[in-house]
Design a binder for this molecule. Structure first.
Ligand code: PLP
Length: 426
């Protein structure tokens, strides 16, 4: 047997082909080669508050053997009760902890299981762009067809002040992507990468089309607590007639700035959740028990102070809002045009005014934003992510933008400021 025949026989199955090279593989490699300051990766680099690490430490040291063995497959009882109490309050409907909640290995697994458990060969799924990069590949893996619809920037190009609110769906385009084959739409708000939050009118338009075409809505709400200024996060499942056709996914990673805990959840009516559970049981089956226990205690504590100013959801939100403001001002001062995010971890910034400060010809990628960010990593020592990485359909709208994570320690924000100011003053 030749090595060639081994290669031929053991190819990556067709359903995964096309999903191998991601922006993350490429930029992580660049990161290790050049060691820039990363505003690319979406995690907070400040110490985790003691009130959280103490709970994790105490759970790890708890000698109750049940906390160190597999727990209930679909979610640790203490955690599903905490989640039920939290979300029943937030959505104004009693959520049954045993039949309407599933604990997953992060939102990532929740998304994977929600899509796999509903998309059949040939089913269409609508994905709003720019979007988080797992939705479309997972739909395709199931044999589904992705219909992309762009969020279009409505602010005039002459305008110096733009907000993620200015990214909107065109009504006719939205209506045009729904048809009798549409099974699902995936929405994400606050959005990664733009920070966009849909207002009630925008959500209602999507909801009405879901009802008209009998479509399921999968809503990714991992940034649900990180909503800035006077913006409001409205949960799709609370809109009239939407609970029965909505699968809501969230996780602890972003909301409490502990992305390594990798614990998420899905809530939906029993008929939908029972299908999502099938995939979970075949794949992950059981999420780490001590982390679920620790998270349950964290949430129980937060529930007691949910409406008070010292709720950690609230103090973290205010802390990150100040970082957003710092980064927005910095980007403006160095000549970029940031779209002020209403929520989340990221800013989309138009870098085109700085084109003459970089040598785009030194890189060979077809997309300008890739060339710009690679030049930045290698020459200025700062890393951001090209915005077209979040678009599979229409890339031209995004080529002038990069995605910047502002959820960074004061020290690193100051370092970013020093790097950017030095670069543009040259
Ligand atoms: C929009 C969005 N959805 C889902 C995830 C994955 O979340 P988790 O870490 O809980 O798997 C992320 C993480 O970056 C995200 O930005």
């Amino acid at each position: 047997m030749t090595s060639q025949s081994i290669e031929n026989k053991f190819k990556l199955p067709k359903r995964y082909q096309g999903s191998t090279q991601t922006v993350w593989n490429e930029y992580t490699q660049l990161f290790f080669e050049h060691q820039p300051l990363s505003l690319a990766h979406g995690f907070y680099d400040d110490p985790v508050p003691k009130h959280i690490t103490d709970i994790l430490a105490a759970t790890a040291q708890n000698t109750d053997y049940t906390l160190h063995h597999e727990t209930r497959d679909l979610g640790h009882p203490r955690l599903i009760h905490a989640l039920s109490a939290l979300y029943s309050k937030l959505i104004g409907r009693q959520i049954d902890p045993f039949n309407e909640i599933l604990v997953t290995a992060g939102a990532y697994e929740g998304l994977y299981a929600a899509i796999h458990s509903h998309i059949e060969e040939g089913d269409e799924c609508i994905v709003i762009e720019p979007s988080f990069d797992s939705y479309a590949p997972v739909v395709k893996m199931c044999g589904g067809v992705v219909r992309y619809i762009p969020l279009r920037l409505t602010a005039p190009s002459s305008s110096n002040i733009i907000s993620s609110r200015d990214y909107v769906l065109d009504d006719a385009e939205l209506e045009g992507v729904f048809n009798s084959k549409t099974k699902m739409i995936v929405i994400n708000q606050p959005n990664n990468p733009s920070g966009k939050i849909f207002d009630r009118e925008e959500l209602t338009k999507i909801a009405n089309l879901c009802k008209k075409f009998n479509v399921l809505c999968v809503t990714d709400e991992v940034y649900e607590w990180l909503v800035y200024d006077d913006n409001e996060h409205i949960r799709m499942c609370t809109l009239p007639g939407m609970w029965e056709r909505t699968i809501t996914i969230s996780s602890v990673g972003k909301s409490l700035a502990i992305t390594g805990w990798k614990t998420g959840w899905v809530y939906a009516p029993p008929n939908l959740i029972s299908r999502v559970q099938v995939i979970h049981q075949l794949c992950v089956r059981n999420v780490c028990t001590p982390l679920q226990e620790a998270l349950a205690i964290v949430l129980e504590n937060e529930l007691k102070r949910l409406d008070s100013a010292d709720s950690y959801f609230n103090t973290l939100r205010l802390e990150l809002q100040a970082k957003r403001d710092f980064m927005v001002n910095l980007l403006r001062e160095v000549g970029m045009k940031p779209a002020v995010p209403q929520g989340g971890y990221f800013i989309l910034a138009d870098w085109s005014n700085l084109e003459n400060k970089a040598d785009l010809n030194s890189e060979s990628d077809p997309q300008k934003d890739y060339r710009f960010t690679k030049w930045m990593v290698k020459n200025s020592g700062l890393m951001a992510i090209p915005a077209t990485a979040f678009c599979h359909g229409n890339k031209t709208e995004m080529e002038n933008f990069i995605r910047i994570c502002f959820v960074k320690s004061e020290k690193n924000l100051q370092k970013a400021s020093d790097i950017l100011r030095k670069w543009v003053s040259q």
